[in-house]
Design a protein. Structure first.
Lengths: 264, 300
């Protein structure tokens, strides 16, 4: 490879990479520091990790978050995929309006969705619980999954389905055996995105949780508001590793999808 | 188009379970549509309604309809909050564009082809981590006894109080949304026809000329889309102003939050603020659809 001249955009880009990773590295470093205060390095220690794994409240919050994200994403995967297929395959009066509605969760700011959901739940007197958080998360999860699946449908070859029908497959068979396998990478990518958004959501959860549930972002928020918490540093490192794993998985899914498309 | 009758009709259990009409538009579009109608459209109409009931508080009998809640927003103290939100959004969007464009340019046009995808993924990787924890990370850097002041002290500069200032909010917002900016600009720059740049160079244009006369105009829709998206997100951000901005950085999302989960419990006023926010964002989206490049966003 020829040596490239060092130009100012490449220097600047390197600086920006440093900017993006600097806070993460700082968190990681201090999670191993024995000192309670972030200004000084107190020597290497795993005490914050020990504190983290014996913190029942935090672990229960993580469990709440995982239950919410997994249930909301699982149901949304079905509803969102059906919606994307319906929008791609059918024409009906009011389709523009329906499509507009499907974009609303992406457009309306979280705080407004949170407020509206709270007011609605209060007006129909539904008690707030884990279930109401799941119901509220499904709103944005299914919208994001539908968008990702839609963009994949648009790039598919419609002739394959028609060929299956011509060869005697029923509509159900054509959908399950021809369309769905081609959509799989898109559905999975959408699910990963929705999962990350659900695990990250603070506002909508705060407004729909009541006293019945305490997902992780709410617990973290209430702790970090009052200053530095070294065990949160350790938690951050664990969550960042988890996210990196998910990101790797997402990249693999994208690669798989591209390869599958090339094969066809 | 009707499917030709197959010589050996293959009827499987899936066909018996799901006759053709089950996969009609009602099955496909019904469940998600009902969900969005009941849990999003209806609730939004509901807050529109209660925003028109002046002085509505939780557990109090309400009076008639009126515009009182919207007039309350016009009080100087609340106008300052809205002004501050817009200033945060405009400032951090400009910073994101300024910092993000060179990065996207380098990634799309100058980075080694082999590593390009990996480099892009590496830049947006922080998006996969909790936004709450990323903002919290900056509090450890910016607090008075934090990393930044320690670094400043090491090179002999005086320590400053960074945390709980607007500067901290600008840093935090720029940090949070820079990856989105780079992602969308990259998608736009990647489509740039580099033959135009070569032609310009052959015809004697300096790099600076071809940048301003070709690269920027060609990617303007992408720039508009990315900027509006970042503007909308920063306008309504809650986590960064709360964790990094302190009491002096009240913005519209925090104000709304306080009306519902804070001590005030003024639901009518909070709903009116939410409607104003939705309206502002819808206006920005309308601009995006009019002037921006929607394809770039969907691809990103």
């Amino acid at each position: 490879m020829p040596s490239r001249p060092v130009t100012w955009p490449s220097l600047f880009t390197a600086l920006m990479y440093a900017f993006m990773y600097f806070p993460i590295i700082v968190l990681g470093a201090y999670s191993f520091s024995d000192s309670r205060y972030s200004a000084s390095w107190g020597g290497f220690s795993l005490r914050w990790y020990r504190a983290l794994f014996s913190d029942r409240r935090l672990l229960a919050a993580l469990q709440d978050s995982l239950v919410i994200a997994i249930v909301a994403v699982a149901i949304s995967a079905v509803l969102g995929t059906l919606m994307a297929i319906g929008l791609a395959r059918h024409r009906f009066p009011g389709k523009g309006l329906y499509r507009g509605m499907s974009y609303l969760p992406l457009i309306i700011p979280d705080i407004a969705i949170a407020v509206a959901t709270l007011v609605f739940l209060a007006s129909v007197a539904v008690p707030l619980s884990l279930g109401t958080i799941i119901a509220a998360h499904m709103v944005f999860c299914l919208a994001y999954i539908a968008v990702v699946v839609s963009s994949r449908i648009q790039r598919l070859d419609p002739n394959l389905e028609e060929a299956a029908l011509d060869l005697g497959a029923t509509h159900t068979q054509a959908m399950l055996k021809v369309l769905l396998p081609q959509l799989a990478p898109g559905i999975l990518a959408g699910c990963l995105l929705a999962f990350v958004l659900s695990m990250d959501d603070l506002l909508i959860s705060s407004f729909t949780a009541g006293g019945g549930a305490n997902p992780l972002p709410i617990e973290i928020f209430s702790r970090v508001r009052t200053g530095v918490k070294p065990d949160i540093n350790a938690l951050s490192v664990m969550l960042i590793l988890g996210s990196a794993l998910l990101a790797g998985l997402a990249e693999y899914v994208r690669y798989w999808g591209d390869r599958q498309r090339q094969k066809i | 188009m009707t499917p030709a009758p197959s010589p050996t009709p293959a009827v499987t259990w899936t066909d018996r379970l799901a006759p053709r009409r089950w996969l009609g538009p009602v099955t496909l579009l019904g469940p998600a549509g009902v969900w969005l109608l009941v849990l999003l459209v209806l609730p939004t109409l509901l807050i529109l309604e209660i925003s028109l009931v002046p002085g509505l508080r939780l557990g109090q009998p309400s009076g008639g309809y009126g515009l009182g809640n919207y007039l309350q927003i016009l009080q100087p103290v609340y106008l300052r909050v809205i002004g501050r939100s817009v200033a945060f959004a405009v400032g951090s969007t400009a910073l994101c564009l300024l910092l993000g464009f060179p990065v996207a340019y380098w990634l799309a046009l100058m980075s080694p082809q082999r590593w390009r995808n990996l480099l892009l993924v590496a830049f947006i990787l922080p998006l996969w981590t909790s936004s709450l924890l990323r903002a919290y990370a900056w509090t450890t850097i910016l607090r008075p006894s934090g990393v930044l002041n320690a670094m400043l002290a090491a090179i002999g500069l005086p320590a400053q109080n960074w945390l709980n200032t607007p500067t901290a909010v600008f840093i935090g917002l720029t940090y949070s949304f820079l990856p989105y900016m780079v992602l969308i600009l990259y998608a736009s720059l990647e489509k740039l026809d580099t033959r135009l740049l070569e032609a310009a160079a052959d015809l004697g244009a300096t790099p600076r000329q071809s940048f301003w006369k070709i690269t920027v105009p060609q990617t303007l829709p992408g720039i508009a889309a990315a900027s509006l998206l970042v503007f909308i997100s920063t306008l309504s951000d809650f986590v960064v102003p709360t964790l990094l901005g302190g009491a002096s950085s009240m913005n519209i999302s925090r104000l709304i939050y306080n009306q519902f989960l804070g001590p005030t419990r003024a639901w009518g006023f909070g709903s009116a603020l939410s409607m104003v926010l939705i309206l502002a964002v819808s206006l920005a989206i309308a601009l995006l659809i009019r002037y921006g490049d929607r394809n770039t966003i969907t691809e990103a």
